[in-house]
Design a protein around this ligand. Structure first.
Ligand code: ADE
Ligand code: ZN
Length: 360
């Protein structure tokens, strides 16, 4: 289908599918994606059959693991999906398979550099696997898939605020031992509304000294003070979400001075009730305030999205200019938890690939 413009030119009108395909072709960087929130629905059905996972009704599976249109838009509803997902981590093969599939799905979506975070405690809980074993399975499967699909992948170990700091300390220690295997960062996630990060301060300071890079979920379900705490106390160089930073100009200034990078996740923010509607999302305001913002998915399986969808949402719904989208991609590459030379190479490859892509 074509549109005739006032000047007589004929402009092709893209179908929705064609539009998403156009965004898929843009080379992308993903800094914030949870493995446990990235499972394919088809894989879950398959696993439910193979392992006889008893669910109230198999037909309910979709409702239990994906945010539905009729769901309450709250963080408790969003986090509740992980409770069902935890029941599927039943064997080393399952953990290897979901890791492999997460990398394959990222590659299929045109992601060139993926930082995949995973929660060893969540993966080990149902079968009492050793944390060290779970971490080894994820490291080796991610490396294999990355090699097969020719994409760059690094891993981030995630610990939850609402779980015991003693477990977090163990995960941090095991993560630092696996830096040579590509496990390069430590993240604090979970229930920010009800749990303070202070009990985790020493663990994160020591992890940083051990060579891990730090990213913290903050300013999502809690206020700007949590972003300050993440930067000043926990040593975060990146903030997961952080969109509520705008509530305090002093914290905006701190983040600007430090060059803190924000891992913004549009759909997740809407589905977990951080923003009342998508058009109210402050992504553009953050960029205008001089903050370094990147675009990410958070939990693509739970939200039923791809990173291409999020790029499209930012441009079509929020009015992000294409050149600014390109800047966000380069910002993400500059903030990647890579060795300096690897990072420089990624940035220059992306700069070349994006150059001249003025038209989608
Ligand atoms: N774990 C998975 N997704 C999360 C989010 N959006 N915030 C905090 N913890 C999470
Ligand atoms: Zn997250």
């Amino acid at each position: 289908m074509n549109t005739i413009l006032d000047n007589g030119c004929v402009m092709p009108v893209q179908t929705s599918q064609a539009k998403t395909e156009t965004y898929r072709r843009i080379p992308k960087v993903e800094l914030h994606r949870h493995l446990e929130g990235s499972l394919r629905l088809g894989t879950l059905f398959d696993l439910a059959r193979t392992y006889s996972v008893t669910l109230p009704l198999v037909n309910d599976l979709e409702k239990l693991v994906q945010v539905q249109g009729s769901d309450p838009l709250t963080f408790t509803n969003f986090l509740s999906k992980f409770q069902t997902l935890r029941r599927f981590f039943l064997s080393p093969e399952v953990i290897q398979r979901i890791t492999h599939e997460a990398v394959v799905d990222a590659a299929e979506d045109g992601i060139q550099h993926l930082e995949l975070r995973f929660t060893p405690v969540a993966l080990s809980r149902s079968q009492d696997f050793l944390l060290s074993s779970v971490m080894d399975w994820v490291c080796s499967s991610a490396a294999q898939a990355a090699q097969e699909r020719h994409i760059s992948v690094r891993l981030i170990a995630s610990v939850n605020r609402h779980e015991p700091p003693e477990l977090a300390a163990e995960v941090a220690h095991l993560a630092a031992e696996r830096i040579p295997q590509g496990l390069v960062g430590l993240d604090l996630a979970g229930n920010e509304a009800e749990f303070d990060a202070q009990p985790f301060a020493r663990i994160f300071q020591e992890a940083r000294q051990a060579g891990l890079s730090i990213t913290i979920h903050a300013g999502e379900w809690g206020g700007a003070a949590n972003v300050r705490q993440a930067i000043e106390v926990l040593g975060a160089v990146r903030i997961g979400h952080g969109i509520r930073v705008l509530e305090d100009p002093a914290v905006v200034e701190l983040a600007r001075q430090r060059g803190t990078v924000f891992e913004v996740c549009l759909t997740s923010n809407y589905q977990s009730g951080v923003v009342p509607s998508m058009v109210d999302h402050p992504l553009l305001a953050m960029i205008q305030a001089g903050l370094r913002a990147t675009l990410n998915t958070d939990d693509p399986g739970i939200s039923s999205i791809t990173l291409s969808d999020e790029y499209r949402l930012a441009c079509d719904m929020l009015g992000l200019p294409l050149v600014t989208l390109h800047s966000c991609i380069l910002e993400a590459a500059e903030a990647a938890f890579l060795e300096p030379l690897e990072r420089k190479l990624l940035v220059s490859q992306l700069r070349m690939a994006l150059r001249g892509r003025v038209i989608l």
